[in-house]
Write a protein that binds this ligand. Structure first.
Ligand SMILES: [Fe+2]
Length: 160
């Protein structure tokens, strides 16, 4: 993959590694957006309104996580690839089950997806710091704080 010119002084080999990790984060964050909307639209049950609103909060947060990842990646000389075909082929998340209705099932499914993204981002915090890009590591730390917060809010429904 060729990089476009930038005055960023970070060495190219470091930028390439960060661009790879940021690109993976972009893919998962876009899938997470779609999964949160699946939950937002299809949830039913006694906690409908609380979960309906909470799942939309997760969607908005995931839009921001994708944006942060994409824009830093481009700042480092990369090309953001958030095309739906790319996301469908590359996302590490399992497809969101279409048959879910109950709040507890959506809570479990979305909490699993958030936890998986959280794990990916946590690994990226360490990897980008190790290769010598503390700025990307800081960005992943910011995302990680948000993912953990939303995982807590979804998981707090204690459906197990
Ligand atoms: Fe809505």
């Amino acid at each position: 993959m060729s990089l476009h010119p930038t005055r960023n002084t970070l060495p190219e080999d470091i930028r390439r590694q960060s661009i790879g990790l940021l690109g993976q984060s972009l893919i998962t964050a876009i899938d997470l957006q779609r999964q949160a909307k699946q939950a937002h639209w299809n949830v039913q049950g006694p906690q409908f309104i609380a979960l309906h609103l909470l799942f939309d909060e997760v969607h908005s947060a995931a839009v921001e996580w994708a944006d942060l990842s994409a824009e830093r990646l481009v700042a480092l000389g990369g090309t953001a690839d958030g095309r739906i075909q790319q996301v469908a082929g590359q996302s590490p998340l399992p497809p969101y089950p279409l048959e879910l209705r109950d709040g507890k099932d959506h809570v479990r499914q979305l909490a699993d997806a958030l936890a998986k993204y959280g794990q990916q981002v946590h690994q990226a915090i360490i990897a980008t710091a190790d290769v010598g890009d503390p700025t990307s590591s800081d960005l992943f730390t910011e995302i990680s704080r948000g993912v953990d917060e939303h995982l807590w809010k979804v998981d707090a429904h204690h459906y197990g």
